[in-house]
Design a protein around this ligand. Structure first.
Ligand SMILES: NC(=O)c1ccc[n+]([C@@H]2O[C@H](COP(=O)([O-])OP(=O)(O)OC[C@H]3O[C@@H](n4cnc5c(N)ncnc54)[C@H](OP(=O)(O)O)[C@@H]3O)[C@@H](O)[C@H]2O)c1
Length: 290
């Protein structure tokens, strides 16, 4: 479940046990409070969070862990990942990852990984890393599947975790696509199973071995997105959904990420995307991302 603090409790009571958050979302404190308030044993909840690029470097990332753990109110984080590669300063990215390895060796985190790493980033990382990342969290939905990144991950034992798993980025941001939720092919498959398009997309991820972290602020959708364990897509249906890939990315281009070019501002209005942040590039429109 992608974290929205107002709905973490609803997600936990529905049965979700994995919450994805990030330092950059500015909501770790609320997520930690919601988990504590739920009364569910800490050992039964899997907390994933991300180090933002401004905290890259060995010492900075160790400190980044302290900040995140402090806000979450936990001693140990289940999965700590680097939010993006920083290609313009890749040495700092490697140092940040080395800090994750130290945190793992010290038992402060149970697993480490990366996000938005492309094949060249993973290749360079594996050249120096002593621990293979457990997870690479990347944009994957029917319109953008990043097959080569997934294949590289599979070859090296890196689990692909899909962000925007139901294609949120195709409709909450102008990605040049229509919404995956309105796709007629997915709609037909959904009708055949008496399910919704969101449920079909989540099932597609699970049957292809990906982790998926859908986000919703609405309790009925949180429940809907969890109700995917009573049907099975056929191989043909899986292949049909694979065939919808347009090759067009919705999120920022990982190769273009720079510290100077990305400025984060917390969204202050109590909108449904309390954990969204804006990424601004000098000559581009603001882009709201999770
Ligand atoms: N690593 C990264 O760079 C990165 C980037 C983006 C996201 N993420 C993570 O991935 C999580 C999920 O990604 P995402 O939020 O981008 O996209 P998503 O989960 O694919 O889609 C979320 C959008 O879909 C709507 N929605 C949810 N369930 C629905 C349903 N059953 N039917 C119709 N609409 C539904 C939500 O609206 P309502 O809330 O109104 O229901 C929201 O607008 C985030 O929360 C975050 O944890 C990571």
């Amino acid at each position: 479940m992608g974290a929205d603090p107002r709905r973490v409790e609803a997600a936990l009571s529905t049965g979700y046990r994995h919450i994805d958050t990030a330092a950059a979302y500015g909501n770790e404190r609320q997520v930690g409070e919601a988990i504590a308030k739920s009364g569910i044993d800490r050992a039964d909840v899997f907390i994933e969070t991300k180090i933002w690029i401004s905290d890259y470097g060995y010492e900075q990332t160790l400190h980044g862990f302290d900040k995140s753990a402090g806000k979450l109110g936990v001693d140990q984080i289940d999965l700590l990942i680097l939010h993006q590669a920083l290609p313009s300063e890749f040495g700092k990215t490697l140092e940040a990852y080395r800090a994750l390895e130290t945190l793992l060796a010290d038992g402060k985190v149970r697993a480490i990984g990366v996000s938005n790493f492309m094949v060249d980033h993973l290749t360079a990382l594996l050249d120096t890393a002593t621990v293979v990342p457990a997870v690479n969290q990347i944009e994957v939905h029917p319109y953008f599947t990043q097959r080569e990144v997934q294949a590289f991950g599979a070859q090296h034992g890196i689990l692909t975790q899909a962000w925007a798993p139901i294609g949120g980025i195709t409709f909450y941001r102008d990605s040049g696509h229509t919404s995956t939720l309105q796709d007629p092919v997915i709609g037909d498959i959904a009708r055949e199973h008496g399910k919704t398009p969101a449920q079909v997309m989540l099932r597609w991820h699970l049957q292809q071995g990906r982790s998926a972290i859908p986000k919703s602020v609405r309790p009925e959708r949180i429940a809907e997105n969890f109700d995917i364990f009573d049907f099975q897509l056929t191989d043909e249906q899986l292949a049909t959904i694979d065939g919808l890939d347009t090759g067009r990315r919705g999120g920022p281009e990982p190769a273009d990420i720079t510290l100077a070019g990305m400025r984060i501002a917390a969204v202050t209005e109590p909108s449904e995307r309390v954990h969204a942040y804006h990424v601004r590039r000098p000559h581009e429109q603001n882009r709201a991302l999770h």
